[in-house]
Design a protein around this ligand. Structure first.
Ligand SMILES: Cc1cc2nc3c(=O)[nH]c(=O)nc-3n(C[C@H](O)[C@H](O)[C@H](O)COP(=O)(O)OP(=O)(O)OC[C@H]3O[C@@H](n4cnc5c(N)ncnc54)[C@H](O)[C@@H]3O)c2cc1C
Length: 477
């Protein structure tokens, strides 16, 4: 085992082995093996311990990465875990699904010329080891407080806030419309990126900590928002964004054209052993079909790779920009290509063809024009470039916007931005309603799990400050 850091000059970058393509195309298990202990220590020792750690600066939760890499190199894994979990509620989840190429690893100073330290894989190794060794314990409060908080939404933002607030001694009730906790971690992101047991054991840990879950509880539909305001001293809205952006064009309503999240939820539920009528009837099953996915983000990547595993005859992904300008992670594109997905860059659908159901997509070639005010190049169709792609199942994965929350909650005073995200005071993280806070995608717009965790932690701290101030006796005149 190495004893010193800065080994990047001698040791090449290595990632954990990935399972053989033929094998991973057949199941929904994760594709990366775990590092062996000495391999993790060797890879961690490549860190240069630079004076200004850009990996940490560019990590949304400001993980103290150089320190836990050094501790891993020295074989002090329990301490490495303690440091890692001090800033992140779910490090093993971030280790698996953060786009490290755009965050910590993309900013590693040895990246240029040597290949970054494989931070994500080491993070996952540390925390999975901690689970195996029994070092992960519920964070029980030192003292109980009288106050109670309600959290709407059991995704990463809501769960991170729940753990923080419960550790502070609040009574914490989490409400979610789904029958399982986890938000997009459980029903959006497929098992080949994040196995469901990893999410389930986290939820179980929160239950052991004393967090109470109310599942199948849709706020605004059966359970009134006003009821929760009256029940709790403070509320957190962490409901995510779920209104799917739609496509236009002739034939868009044909059967066989489905929204990405319906498709992914059905697949995830099936994997969890649920009965799913629309999957069993074939509507949301890609088996034996020519599949076309439209979009270039994480959701599209998850759909194409799910379709491969379901036994699609062919899987194509149409994206209007090019590889360099797609929002999805490069690592996922590479994995998808290896698994047999064909990417058709610089093209966009114009019409959907078919009689009873969709049979093909007519698409046009695009070219990238001048950058707009945001600096992003515009996309323009090339006249006369139309072509046809055969398709039995078309999956729309164009991104998500917020639903009309003030309407759904019957609370017009809840202020929203012009994009429909909830407005919070950036200092107090409180919405326009006193005692009601908000966090995660519903504030930020569709984002990343690690930002959800960060926002949940920040909101918990803000709620604690607000509740503590209210509990103080009034100062003498
Ligand atoms: C398919 C897909 C793949 C992704 N892949 C990645 C990835 O690889 N890496 C990454 O970092 N990010 C990824 N993301 C983004 C990431 O999942 C989100 O940014 C993150 O989950 C947001 O967390 P959240 O807690 O704000 O919301 P969510 O995870 O959306 O959780 C919100 C919860 O609120 C509940 N809810 C909503 N309305 C109500 C209501 N009225 N009453 C009760 N409950 C309600 C929902 O059921 C849900 O459980 C992906 C997103 C998608 C859609």
């Amino acid at each position: 085992m190495p004893e010193r850091m800065l080994q990047f000059v001698r040791l090449a970058q290595a990632t954990p082995e990935r399972r053989a393509v033929a094998e991973r195309r057949r199941d929904f298990n994760e594709i990366y093996d775990l590092f062996a202990t000495d391999a993790a220590a060797r890879q961690a020792s490549r860190c240069s311990q630079c004076g200004v750690p850009f990996c940490q600066i560019h990590c949304p939760v400001q993980n103290n990465i150089p320190d836990w890499l050094k501790l891993t190199t020295e074989g002090r894994l329990q301490e490495a875990y303690e440091v890692s979990q001090a800033t992140n509620n779910f490090p093993e989840i971030c280790g698996r699904i953060c786009p490290q190429d755009r965050l910590c690893e993309g900013n590693c100073v040895i990246e240029k010329g040597h290949g970054s330290v494989t931070i994500g894989a080491v993070e996952r190794f540390i925390t999975d080891t901690a689970w195996e060794q029994g070092w992960v314990k519920p964070r029980l409060p030192r003292q109980e407080r009288g106050a109670s908080v309600g959290i709407i939404g059991a995704g990463p933002a809501g769960l991170a806030a729940a753990e923080q607030l419960r550790a502070e001694g609040y009574r914490v009730d989490v409400y979610d419309r789904h029958d399982r906790a986890g938000g997009l971690l459980i029903y959006g992101i497929p098992g080949f990126k994040l196995e469901k047991e990893v999410v389930r054991r986290r939820t179980a840990l929160l239950v052991a900590q004393g967090v109470r879950f109310h599942l199948g509880a849709a706020v605004g539909d059966g359970l009134a928002f006003s009821t929760l305001r009256a029940r709790h001293d403070a509320l957190l809205i962490a409901t995510g964004v779920y209104k799917a952006r739609d496509l236009g064009g002739p034939g868009v309503g044909l059967p066989g054209i489905v929204p990405a999240l319906d498709y992914l939820i059905a697949s995830n539920r099936k994997g969890l052993g649920d009965e799913v009528t629309e999957f069993d009837s074939g509507v949301l099953d890609a088996r034996g079909k020519r599949v076309v996915v439209i979009g270039g983000g994480d959701t599209a990547m998850d759909c194409v790779r799910t379709a491969v595993r379901q036994g699609a005859v062919s899987v194509q992904c149409l994206y209007r920009r090019d590889r360099a300008n797609m929002p999805g992670s490069m690592r996922e594109v590479k994995n998808a290509e290896e698994e047999g997905v064909e990417f058709v860059w610089l093209c966009a659908p114009e019409a959907f063809l078919g009689e009873e159901r969709v049979r093909a997509v007519r698409a046009a070639r695009m070219h990238l024009g001048l950058p707009d005010a945001s600096g992003r190049q515009s996309v323009e169709p090339i006249a006369g470039s139309g072509f046809t792609v055969p398709a039995d199942l078309v999956i729309k994965a164009l991104g998500f916007d917020p639903e009309d929350l003030p309407g759904a909650f019957g609370e017009p005073a809840l202020e929203v931005s012009r994009w429909g995200t909830i407005k919070v005071n950036h200092r107090t993280l409180m919405t326009a309603l006193p005692g009601v806070f908000a966090a995660g995608d519903i504030v930020r717009g569709a984002s990343l799990v690690v930002w959800g965790i960060r926002d949940g932690r920040d909101a918990a701290a803000a709620m604690h400050a607000w509740l503590s101030a209210r509990a103080l006796p009034l100062a003498a005149e």
